[in-house]
Design a protein around this ligand. Structure first.
Ligand code: SF4
Ligand code: SF4
Length: 149
C-alpha cells in the first residue's frame, strides 16, 4: 500500500470492512443514480480503496453526497464517508482538478451536485421552490434570509 493511501485507510478503519453490505442499503446514491452498482456503492468504494489508487480515476468518489449514512450504519466501524472525503484531494491531484460540473449556482457560479442528485432532491423535496435548488448552500441561505426578512 502506498504511503499516501495507508494512513488514510488506517484512520478510517477501511481494513475492518466485512463486506456485509449494510452501508449499501442506506446509501441515497441508490435512488439518485440509475447505474448505481458495486463499484460506486460505499461497500465498493471501501473495497476499491483497499486495492489501491485505481479508485482515484473513477466516478464513485465524486458521486458521494457525504451524508454519513454509511458511516453511522457500519457495524464494523468503517468510516466510508470520511474515507471518501480524505481521498478526494488525492483524486483531485491525480486528475488535475475535479470532473467538470454539469450545473452551477445561479447566483455565484459555484459547482452544483451532479444532475441525478439535483433530480433526486427535486423529487424528494417537492415543497422546496426550484429557485432554491438551483443555488449552492451559501447562496440558498442568503436568498432565504432575503426572502424572509
Ligand atoms: S463498510 Fe461497513 S457496512 Fe459497508 S460493507 Fe463494509 S462492514 Fe459492511
Ligand atoms: S456518505 Fe456517500 S457513500 Fe456514504 S451513504 Fe452517503 S452518499 Fe453513500
Amino acid at each position: 500500500m502506498d504511503a499516501e493511501f495507508g494512513p488514510i485507510l488506517a484512520a478510517r478503519s477501511a481494513g475492518l470492512c466485512v463486506e456485509c453490505g449494510k452501508c449499501v442499503t442506506v446509501c441515497p446514491m441508490a435512488e439518485m443514480y440509475p447505474d448505481f452498482g458495486w463499484e460506486t456503492s460505499p461497500r465498493g468504494l471501501v473495497q476499491l480503496a483497499l486495492r489501491g489508487r485505481e479508485l482515484l480515476a473513477g466516478q464513485g468518489l465524486w458521486r458521494c453526497t457525504q451524508c454519513e449514512a454509511c458511516t453511522r450504519t457500519c457495524p464494523a466501524g468503517v468510516d466510508c464517508c470520511g474515507l471518501v472525503a480524505d481521498l478526494r484531494p488525492l483524486a483531485r491531484a491525480e486528475l488535475g482538478g475535479e470532473p467538470a460540473a454539469e450545473a452551477v449556482c445561479a447566483m455565484c457560479g459555484a459547482p452544483l451536485p451532479p444532475a441525478p442528485v439535483l433530480a433526486y432532491l427535486r423529487r424528494a423535496l417537492p415543497q422546496v421552490p426550484l429557485e432554491y435548488l438551483d443555488l449552492c448552500p451559501a447562496c440558498r441561505r442568503e436568498r432565504y434570509i432575503r426572502n424572509n426578512s
